[in-house]
Design a protein around this ligand. Structure first.
Ligand SMILES: [Zn+2]
Length: 386
């Protein structure tokens, strides 16, 4: 692969076989995945001063700030990326590179989530911002195709939950549903800004049959997930890691042996008791967009080995593996998978299972998902080893 066009993701060995597995990225923020060199160049054009003008120093600044455990310092990282994403050419470039970086990570289906309302400081309209990102996605997809790599990428149009524009943003998403917008989300501070505060937007989308995922169960608990799913009709949950709070005995089981219930036997009679919400999520196979490394940085989990994703997978929950913010967490789907293999004993079969789950949950037509499973996923995993 041309490493100029498709730079090897941070934190992954260039010869790691996981890079070549066909993968799916459902939870990957556009403003959380810029290339450091791009930030420096766009900052010069925008008259903005970044924390460093050396790409590797800047890369380290992002991951150290996100690792610091200090929320204001973490949030400042997004001030830096948003500062350089305020014009149509800048949005197009960032979106184009976002797609090429997915290809470099071996991703074949990706959804770029971002909040257009955060990109209007220099006078862009919401529609112009969406069109600029779409132009970049299409350029990146075309460049990848010319290099013999196929990728399907769409936009997850996001409203900020602490703001009051969600109905307007939902209407924006609907206007662009046949032109690149594949779904809707709300992001920003979860605690204190519950999903149901945006019910008007979610009702509008539900009636229009437009796909929705909602950040829930990351910084807040079961009530937030409940609202997202059963009041606001989300089809997927962004994170959802705190569904464990609806599984009595979770913490004790984790402390004893790391495994709950007889998950390797016939299972049924020994599965742990669950609250109604956890049961609903399991029974309906609601996809959970889990982001292990990101959760370590926000202290939602203590280590990769202890992250709930592994036991949720063993219990049969529809877990998927995602990077959240590739720049801030110095990660990628390949790196998240490598960490789970090395620290939580995941096998190639586990990686295939979560990838098929993610593709089945992607906001794409059924026929497209089936074709990608048959033509890319199954053969890609069949010839792989770890
Ligand atoms: Zn997120």
């Amino acid at each position: 692969m041309d490493h100029e066009l498709f730079p090897t993701p941070a934190g992954v060995d260039a010869d790691d076989p996981i890079l070549n597995l066909p993968k799916v990225s459902l939870h990957d923020h556009l403003d959380g995945g810029l290339r450091p060199a791009t930030i420096i160049e766009l900052a010069a054009e925008a008259g903005h001063t970044p924390p460093s003008t050396d790409p590797e120093e800047l890369r380290a600044w992002f991951s150290e700030s996100a690792d610091s455990g200090d929320l204001p310092r973490y949030l400042e990282t997004f001030d830096q990326t948003l500062a350089v994403m305020q014009t149509a050419p800048a949005l197009t470039r960032v979106a184009r590179e976002w797609v090429l970086d997915q290809v470099a990570d071996g991703v074949v289906v990706a959804e770029a989530r971002w909040a257009p309302e955060q990109h209007l400081r220099n006078g862009l309209t919401l529609d112009q911002a969406v069109e600029a990102v779409q132009a970049g996605i299409e350029e990146g997809t075309r460049i990848a195709a010319e290099a013999g790599r196929s990728i399907r990428a769409g936009q997850l149009i996001t409203a900020m939950r602490q703001a009051d524009r969600s109905t307007e943003i939902a209407q924006l998403a609907l206007r662009h549903r046949d032109a690149g917008a594949v779904g809707f989300d709300i992001a920003g501070p979860e605690k204190g800004f519950p999903p149901a505060a945006h019910l008007e937007a979610f009702d509008l989308l539900h009636r229009a049959g437009f796909p929705v995922t909602i950040h829930a169960g990351e910084a807040d608990g079961v009530d937030s997930i409940h609202e997202a799913l059963l009041v606001c009709h989300a089809q997927r949950i962004g994170h959802g890691a705190r569904i464990t709070e609806d599984i009595p005995g979770w913490a004790q089981a984790a402390a004893v042996d790391g495994v709950m219930g007889d998950v390797d036997g016939d299972g049924m009679e020994t599965a742990p008791d669950m609250g109604r919400l956890a049961e609903w999520i399991l029974d309906h196979q609601v996809p959970l967009e889990l982001c292990p490394s990101s959760n370590l940085q926000t202290a939602a989990a203590a280590s990769i080995a202890e992250h709930p994703i592994t036991r949720l997978k063993e219990l049969g929950f529809a877990v998927t593996v995602n990077p959240d913010n590739r720049l801030m967490s110095a990660t990628s789907v390949s790196r998240e998978m490598r960490l789970l293999v090395d620290h939580a004993n995941w096998t190639l079969d586990d990686l295939e299972w979560v990838t098929v789950t993610a593709l089945g949950s992607a906001f794409l037509p059924y026929g497209v998902r089936e074709a990608i499973i048959d033509e890319q996923l199954v053969p890609g995993f069949a010839r792989a080893s770890l």
